[in-house]
Design a protein around this ligand. Structure first.
Ligand code: PLP
Ligand code: COI
Length: 353
């Protein structure tokens, strides 16, 4: 793929790491590429970060034809930069594209676009503990029509944001509310695609939870509202009687790359993992009888996030005395050591750029 590069004439000052938060600051450049049914993907370019110009009739604005990805570039102890399993994000982006009838992009081109952009803005990869450069590739339908149909014109963009911790709590346990009213997705819907609409549908419950002092909601299945699905921006795992239990990929939850990596890590270490249906009744029972030993969320933005409190229908359950569990800490340490290049990567997950 040929990428035309236009450098900014006004580079911004690099931010102080202590002010980062999540997704508030953007780097100097962005990648943009256009698609039309006639020409295919064309005009791959890196340009100064700035506003996009779109038609008010653009289909993404009306019908939610938008998909995205999230991955990170990490600063290694030797000053290098590496990505974590970028090909997995490229594959998932294409699965999301298929679901929303949007054009696919050759996976190697997605990784090349990410690599070229991150290399250009390499100085923006922060190096304080826990910080990284969040990479947000996204695609939106750009047809100029109010008709509802598959996408004939699209734009693919990648933006970069230096980030600290996703939750203000950092690695401290978060409080999660089990949502029994709204649902996020149903099998056959778009739950397993990473599309903007899923997040729009989540906002009402997320807002309610936040007002009650919770960080996010834990979704139940959309049909029976009986089975655990995932958290707003993370997959979820529980340690029950020594085994790790996580909801199976049912078609309505996002197949997380962190989830997949943790399962591979646990299996390699010989820890039993069950990917299955887990009812909220079974979880409530495990909380009552003390067999729920640990709970955590996992995702790119949040990494591994211990859950210290769960509430369901007004009942509040404290997990592991509200403290980070031993296995949760171990998973966080092992995964982050690989991601930040502080330990051997026996899985070959990291890609130096
Ligand atoms: N589930 C949802 C709804 C998410 O938004 C995310 C974040 O991307 C995840 C799970 C975790 O996925 P990953 O580990 O690939 O970041
Ligand atoms: C990620 O973890 O990459 C996500 O996309 C979560 C996001 C919705 C903030």
């Amino acid at each position: 793929m040929e990428i035309k590069i236009t450098r900014t004439e006004c580079p911004k000052a690099l931010p102080d790491s202590s002010t980062l938060g999540f997704g508030k600051i953007f780097t100097d450049h962005m990648f943009v590429m256009d698609y039309s049914k006639q020409e295919g993907w064309h005009d791959a370019r890196i340009i100064p970060y700035g506003n996009l110009s779109i038609s008010p009739a653009c289909t993404a604005l009306h019908y939610g034809t938008e998909i995205f990805e999230g991955l990170k570039a990490y600063r290694t102890p030797d000053g290098g930069v590496q990505l974590f399993r970028p090909i997995e994000n490229a594959r998932r982006m294409n699965r999301s594209a298929k679901r929303l009838c949007m054009p696919e992009i050759p996976e190697d081109d997605i990784v090349e676009a990410i690599t070229t952009l991150v290399n250009l803005d390499r100085a923006w990869v922060p190096n304080d503990p826990g910080t990284s450069l969040y990479i947000r590739p996204f695609m939106f339908g750009n047809d100029e029509t109010l008709g509802v149909h598959a996408v004939d014109h699209a734009t693919f963009v990648i933006i970069l944001s230096p980030v600290g911790s996703y939750y203000k709590e950092g690695l401290n346990p978060v409080k999660i509310m089990i949502e029994d009213e709204d649902v996020r997705a149903v099998r056959g819907g778009t739950g397993e695609a990473k599309c903007g609409g899923n997040y729009a549908a989540s906002n009402r419950a997320g807002d309610r939870a936040e007002k009650k002092g919770y960080s996010q909601v834990l979704w139940l299945d959309g049909v029976e509202r009986k089975y655990i699905e995932e958290v707003g921006a993370m997959n979820v795992m529980f340690k029950i009687s020594g085994k790790v239990v996580t909801p199976a990929l049912s078609g309505s939850i996002l197949p997380g790359i962190t989830r997949k990596s943790i399962i591979e890590m646990l299996k390699k270490e010989g820890t039993p993992v069950e990917e299955r249906r887990l009812s909220v009744a079974e979880l409530a029972q495990a909380m009552k009888d003390g067999t729920l030993e640990e709970a955590w969320g996992c995702g790119t933005a949040a990494v591994v996030s211990p859950i210290g409190e769960l509430s369901y229908k007004g009942e509040v359950y404290i997990v592991n005395e509200g403290k980070i569990g031993e296995l949760t800490q171990h998973l966080y340490d092992t995964l982050t050591s690989i991601q930040w290049g502080k330990a051997e990567d026996p899985f070959n997950w990291t890609v130096k750029i």
